[in-house]
Design a binder for this molecule. Structure first.
Ligand SMILES: [Zn+2]
Length: 133
């Protein structure tokens, strides 16, 4: 998936702002490319798990519709673990198999790691991110 550099930077910035809690948000765009980042609140305000706050989900879904965009990605941060989906993340993705899942790890605060995964039927596969505008 193609993601503009400024969106990748924004995911890292959001992750740092919310640390030690996990942050989350949605990416709108078209097939194969993200164009807009929508920040959301983590309903759980937790360092261990996330859920896109239902009010934000409703608001962002409307904004996606108005912009003529599709939901192409869901991002969240891991502040204490590597950039790989936890079992909780895999379970959460069952309800929503289509978007890519981006995870930003801040385990090494100086070197954030951002990776993307497709998660469907409990199977995780990494997707290569192409940055650039
Ligand atoms: Zn996670």
């Amino acid at each position: 998936m193609r993601i503009p550099t400024h969106i990748l930077d924004e995911i890292v910035a959001h992750s740092r702002e919310e640390a030690p809690n996990e942050c989350c948000g949605l990416l709108g765009g078209r097939e194969g490319a993200a164009t807009t980042l929508y920040r959301a609140r983590n309903e759980f305000e937790s360092p261990l798990r996330y859920n896109v706050h239902p009010q934000d989900l409703l608001r962002i879904t409307n904004e996606l519709d108005e912009a003529g965009e599709e939901l192409v990605g869901i991002y969240h941060s891991h502040t204490r673990s590597e950039a790989y989906p936890s079992q909780t993340d895999v379970n959460l993705a069952e309800n929503w198999p289509d978007p890519l899942y981006l995870i930003c790890s801040l385990v090494d605060a100086d070197t954030p790691v951002l990776r993307a995964f497709a998660i469907s039927d409990g199977a995780v596969s990494e997707v290569i991110l192409e940055s650039g505008d």
